[in-house]
Design a protein around this ligand. Structure first.
Ligand code: PMV
Length: 331
C-alpha cells in the first residue's frame, strides 16, 4: 500500500569501504552517473562507512550523518536516492537512515563511495526481492558513480557506458598492494565531483583529450594488473591522475583541488622514489594524497609521511590501508 510501511522497526545495518581509483571516472555520458571514462579502483579497509536503515511509521525519511541531522545538498541527495527506490517499487514506506564514517569526512576522501554503497546494501535488505550484485552496483552508481565499485570491493573496474555495473577483478585477499592515505590541511571543497565533472565536460578544452587518455590508461593498466606489475601500475596511475587534474585545472571555473600540502607530498615522493622507495601517488577530487605500495611497505611509507607531517608539511593524518572487501550486511 503506497505510503504505508509493512515492517515498522525492521533495521538492516550494512558496511562498505571507500575506494580510491587507480584509473579515474571523471565525466558523464548522460543521466544516472553514466561514466564517460572507464575506471579501476582499490577498496580500502581504513575507510569504512556503516549505515543502518530502519523502517519507520512516518511520512518522510529521516537522515542522520555522523549523529547529526543531515542538511542541504547532502540531505537532498540521500532523499532523492531513496525516492528512486520507491519509484522503482523496490521498497515502500519511509526510513530512518543513520550513517557513520570511521574516517574524517573531509573533502575528496571518497566518502560518497562508501556511503552510497552501504546505503544501497542496507536498503536492499528492505527490498521486495533479492537484488543481485550487478543490480546493487548499478543502483549505488546512481547515488555516486564511484559507489558502484565499493559494492564489489577489492580491485574493481567500472566500464564507460549508459548503465554499467562494477566488475570484481581481484578480491581483497588476492591484491598484494595497499595504500597509505595522507589527509592534508585543505579548505572545504566548493564544487563537488558530480558538479565538477559536468563543468569539465562543458568547458575544459582538454576534456576530449582526457577521455581518450583515460581509455588508453585503462587498457594499459588492465595489462599491468594481470601480472601485478607495481612499478608500471604506479606510473600509469600517476599519469592518469595528472591528466584528470589537468582537465580539472582547465575547467571554468578552475577546479583547483590541491593545497600546498598536496604538492609537498608529491615532491617528497619523487625524492623518496629516487632513493629507492616503491610508492606512487593518486589524488581524487580533493587535496588528499593516496600512495600505492606493496603491503610489505605500508609501514615504511606511512613512516615517511609521518616524518613529513612532523616537518610541518600540513599533513593532518596518515592512514595505512589494506584492501577491503565488498559492501555487506552486518546485522
Ligand atoms: O563518485 P563521485 O561522483 O564522487 O566521483 C568520483 C570522482 C573521482 O573520485 C575523482 C574519481 C573516481 O573514479 O573515484
Amino acid at each position: 500500500m503506497a505510503g504505508k510501511q509493512a515492517n515498522h522497526g525492521k533495521q538492516v545495518t550494512a558496511r562498505a569501504w571507500a575506494n580510491i581509483a587507480l584509473c579515474k571516472y571523471w565525466g558523464k555520458l548522460g543521466p544516472d552517473n553514466a561514466p564517460a571514462t572507464p575506471s579501476l579502483s582499490l577498496a580500502l579497509d581504513g575507510l569504512a562507512t556503516t549505515t543502518s536503515v530502519t523502517a519507520i511509521n512516518r511520512q518522510q525519511d529521516v537522515v542522520l550523518l555522523d549523529g547529526q541531522p543531515a542538511a542541504g545538498a547532502a540531505r537532498r541527495r540521500v532523499l532523492e536516492f531513496v525516492d528512486r527506490w520507491r519509484t522503482y517499487t523496490l521498497v515502500s514506506g519511509h526510513f530512518r537512515i543513520e550513517s557513520h564514517n570511521d574516517f574524517p569526512t573531509a573533502a575528496g576522501l571518497a566518502s560518497s563511495a562508501s556511503a552510497y554503497a552501504a546505503l544501497t546494501v542496507a536498503l536492499a535488505g528492505h527490498a521486495v526481492a533479492e537484488l543481485p550484485t550487478g543490480a546493487l552496483s548499478r543502483l549505488a552508481r546512481m547515488g555516486s558513480g564511484s559507489a558502484a565499485r565499493s559494492i564489489t570491493g577489492g580491485l574493481s573496474a567500472l566500464g564507460a557506458g549508459r548503465d554499467p555495473a562494477a566488475q570484481l577483478l581481484a578480491p581483497a585477499g588476492e591484491v598484494p598492494w595497499g595504500m597509505v592515505v595522507a589527509v592534508v590541511e585543505a579548505p572545504a571543497k566548493e564544487i563537488s565531483s558530480r558538479e565538477g565533472m559536468e563543468l569539465s565536460r562543458r568547458t575544459s578544452p582538454f576534456y576530449r583529450a582526457w577521455v581518450l587518455t583515460d581509455r588508453y590508461h585503462y587498457r594499459e593498466l588492465a595489462g599491468a594488473l594481470k601480472s601485478w606489475d607495481l612499478a608500471k601500475t604506479g606510473e600509469l596511475m600517476e599519469e592518469n591522475m595528472l591528466a584528470m587534474h589537468a582537465c580539472m585545472l582547465t575547467t571554468q571555473p578552475a577546479l583547483i583541488y590541491w593545497s600546498p600540502a598536496t604538492l609537498a607530498v608529491l615532491h617528497a615522493l619523487r625524492e623518496w622514489r629516487r632513493k629507492g622507495l616503491n610508492a606512487w601517488a593518486t589524488i581524487d577530487a580533493g587535496a588528499h594524497v593516496a600512495l600505492l605500495c606493496d603491503q610489505r611497505d605500508l609501514n615504511k611509507v606511512a613512516g615517511k609521511l609521518k616524518a613529513l607531517a612532523e616537518a610541518g608539511a600540513g599533513i593532518r593524518q596518515v592512514i595505512p590501508c589494506r584492501p577491503a572487501g565488498g559492501a555487506m550486511v552486518i546485522s
